[in-house]
Design a protein around this ligand. Sequence first.
Ligand SMILES: Cc1cc2nc3c(=O)[nH]c(=O)nc-3n(C[C@H](O)[C@H](O)[C@H](O)COP(=O)(O)O)c2cc1C
Length: 193
Amino acid sequence: METIIPFDTIQNWIEEEKKLGSLSADSVVLATASASGEVHSRVVAIREITHLGILFFTQKKSRKAKDLSENSSASMTLWLPLRQREVVLDGLVEALTENENQGYWETLSRERQLRFLTYQSGKPIDSLNDLQMRYALLEKNYDNKKIPMNESYCGYRLVPNRIYFYTLGQETFSEVTEYVFLAEKWKKQRVSP
Ligand SMILES: Cc1cc2nc3c(=O)[nH]c(=O)nc-3n(C[C@H](O)[C@H](O)[C@H](O)COP(=O)(O)O)c2cc1C
């Protein structure tokens, strides 16, 4: 076993996939579970990768936010089809502070802020026209004004304790490397597919 930091590898794999033309290399499947163990997964966009973990944003009223408030364990799968690669991250998710949320909110374009204000996670609507009308109203209300952070806007950071890199072998063996966070260090080992 050797000690290294695997976050750079994730970033490199994403960049390599983008260079091949991928438009979805920043999207991951996030699986969460409720307190009673019901599992649910969905796609989220990776906002940032740092030495602390993988950051994503959502709405406080979403199912994922509810699951994470009950059970902070989660798993992310990054599927990079152009290179036939997969990264699986298992760990615990922590919510960002309101100050951190505010800081990220302010980096969004006005258009994205307005779009986020328009959303009301999971609320039934008749058509996209409902959203267009709500967007237009908000745009008018906040013309030339600072757009306040949607109180539902919230960020989470997946802090992994296990990361699994898989490259599918087309005409050769698949390659698998596993990183486990043990005693404050990342341990790397090659494992059999
Ligand atoms: C490419 C793509 C990116 C997405 N990114 C996000 C995201 O960053 N945050 C988010 O809350 N939902 C995102 N969604 C929508 C989610 O997949 C999901 O449908 C929604 O958040 C409701 O999830 P939940 O009810 O399971 O919490 C994205 C969907 C797609 C297709």
